[in-house]
Design a protein around this ligand. Structure first.
Ligand SMILES: [Zn+2]
Length: 401
């Protein structure tokens, strides 16, 4: 016979669950926590006092209740005191943020990245340098409890090695390990695929909050994806799941960075759009170049309109395949795909009507990212906070040691 969970296991679980409510939902009264968590008042009081003593939350009288009687204390995250570092490594951009418990971005640095090379030491050194600058500005009583990075590539779940990243030019790079060493905080750095993490971000704090089945599509140079099924991210056996950009939609079509032909990324990615619009060439790339095509189409430029329409057809076909297989409640377009979708929504809808099965598309909602350019960073921060939410007191004790 297996022993059930111990009192200590239950307490740890409840502390994490309470902190998660405060972290994701913001300030909340003890009375609401009692109702939401299905625990009695004295248990909630004991849990909040433990978290308060640890410096993770604080309790305050509500500003206005409008009700008679003794007001219930409001529990708030200690956002300014407890934080994580979130990193984002994209083909064109590096970003670092200091994110407080509760999800507030407290500080942020961004830098342009030269495409086409991946110098591990240099890159990790630069990111760690940004983090150190931010750290120097913090108060003495602040504590960093985690760090995580979003990278544009396939990341091995077991050890955070970036196995492939054709758009980053990274292959089998021990990125988390190197960044952790350079940061020198004695903390491991978790690493995740950027689109997977952005999907988690939209699911926990964005347009997909409370949506249990969603697909997030992220456009950068290529197309990434994150699939949330039944409230969980589908990572696959090794963590490489959700690479929807390499779903073949046009056999024998354009050559893809992965070596195959006609992948969604090859037909919809930045290069396909810019080439179709006759705008591919020296110096013309990135978000601004894509935005310029969408704006030109808006102004009536026929070449730009045709390019967008072509890309929208392939995008719609890819979404139709995903909708047939996963039956999501919502598909979210993020990164560069936000602009592309807004400029080609009619084509996307037409292809869905032609290729997705009626029951799967009847209640489907198509949305653009609510977190915008911050989605990948916010997702990285959530990955970094995951350890804290799993075992708040243990993580804090280690961070303070
Ligand atoms: Zn491919």
């Amino acid at each position: 016979m297996r022993a059930g969970p111990s009192q200590e296991d239950i307490r740890r679980h409840n502390l994490g669950a309470l902190l998660r409510h405060v972290h994701l939902g913001g300030p909340i009264s003890r009375a609401e926590l009692t109702a939401k968590m299905g625990l009695n008042r004295s248990t909630i009081m004991a849990l909040t006092s433990d978290l308060t003593a640890a410096g993770l939350v604080r309790e305050e009288l509500p500003r206005e209740t409008g009700r008679a009687g003794r007001p219930s204390l409001v529990v708030r995250p200690e956002s300014a005191r407890v934080y994580v570092f979130a990193f984002d490594v994209g083909p064109d951009r590096l970003a670092v943020a200091r994110v407080g418990l509760g999800g507030a971005i407290l500080d942020r640095r961004e830098s342009v990245r030269e495409r086409g090379t991946f110098e591990l030491g240099e890159l990790a050194g630069m990111l760690a340098g940004f983090a150190r600058q931010m750290r120097r500005k913090t108060r003495a009583d602040t504590v960093c409890v985690g760090a995580a990075a979003a990278v544009s590539g396939g990341v091995r779940k077991a050890d955070g090695v970036v196995r492939f990243g054709p758009n980053l030019k990274a292959e089998d790079v021990p990125f988390g390990e190197e960044l952790g060493r350079r940061l020198g905080l004695g903390l491991p750095v978790s690493v995740g695929n950027d689109a997977n993490l952005a999907a988690l971000a939209e699911h926990s704090r964005g347009v997909g909050a409370n949506v249990r089945d969603l697909i997030y599509l992220h456009g950068d140079v290529g197309i990434g994806g994150g699939i949330i099924a039944g409230g969980h991210l589908l990572g696959g056996h090794d963590g490489y799941g959700g690479e929807v950009g390499h779903m073949v939609v046009n056999p024998g079509g354009r050559t893809c960075g992965c070596g195959a032909h006609g992948c969604l990324e090859a037909e919809v990615g930045e290069r396909a759009l810019l080439e179709s619009a006759g705008r591919f060439g020296a110096g013309q790339h990135g978000r601004d170049a894509v935005r310029a095509v969408v704006e030109a189409a808006d102004r009536g430029d026929i070449v730009a309109q045709e390019a967008l329409s072509r890309v929208g057809d392939w995008l719609g076909l890819g979404v139709a395949n995903l909708v047939n297989i996963f039956n999501p409640e919502m598909v979210i377009f993020g990164g560069m795909l936000r602009e592309i979708y807004l400029g080609s929504a009619a084509q996307v809808r037409t292809q869905l009507n032609l290729n997705a099965m009626a029951p799967q598309r009847e209640r489907l909602r198509l949305r653009t990212s609510a977190l915008g350019d911050a989605a990948t960073l916010v997702g990285a921060a959530e990955l970094a906070f995951a350890h804290v939410l799993a075992d708040p007191l243990e993580v804090l004790a280690r961070a303070n040691a």
